[in-house]
Design a protein around this ligand. Structure first.
Ligand code: PRP
Ligand code: MN
Ligand code: MG
Length: 179
């Protein structure tokens, strides 16, 4: 696995520090509110688990899994829900947790989809933000790091389902995804 890595972009330690800060900010912002934290599988599973533990107020944890309708429509933002939430969102404060915002189409879809359920508020936390790839404008309320347009893996982010268990955010060697 390590031999496929060009270099480390963000270290495990930097990630840990950032998650602590984000958790403290979220705890302050939602104190006394009914908070539901929604992790988007699979990429956000690891970040969501760490962020959830960094939140020091009562909160519920749930997950969704969505997919774009195949490679051809990946860029069109047409999504299908594979796993939906267990509970109602009516009048509750929802925090969507993502590993990365790239084109922004996934977040745009999720915000439209979940806003139909009458939440009191809908916010977004993302570990990584790659603004150079954006196709639609989205607001990231709690952002970890802005990253340049490299192919990054680790901390939940995959290439062909691999490398999610790397503890740092790493840049993949170009020959790996070009071959
Ligand atoms: C990745 C990532 C985000 C989404 C961001 O998920 O985890 O969910 O793409 O891209 P966007 O801003 O261009 O929509 P992916 O579809 O690869 O699924 P995975 O989380 O299971 O890896
Ligand atoms: Mn994802
Ligand atoms: Mg992926």
């Amino acid at each position: 696995m390590q031999q496929d890595i060009e270099r480390v972009l963000i270290t495990e330690e930097q990630i840990r520090e950032k998650i602590k800060e984000l958790g403290a900010q979220i705890s302050e912002d939602f104190r006394g509110k009914d908070l539901v934290v929604v992790g988007i599988l699979k990429g956000a599973a690891l970040f969501c688990a760490d962020l959830f533990r960094a939140i020091s107020i009562p909160a519920e944890l749930d997950f969704m899994r969505i997919t774009s309708y195949g490679a051809a429509t990946k860029s069109t933002g047409v999504h299908r829900v594979l796993l939906d939430l267990d509970y109602t969102l009516e009048g509750r404060h929802v925090l969507i947790v993502e590993d990365i915002v790239d084109t922004g189409l996934t977040i745009k879809f999720l915000k439209e989809y979940l806003s139909q359920r009458g939440p009191a508020s809908l916010s977004v936390a993302a570990l990584l933000d790659k603004p150079s790839r954006r196709k639609v404008e989205v607001t990231i309320d709690y952002r970890g790091f802005e990253v340049p347009d490299f192919f990054v893996v680790g901390m939940g982010l995959d290439y062909a389902e691999k490398y999610r268990n790397l503890r740092d955010i790493c840049i993949l060697k170009p020959e790996i995804y070009k071959s």
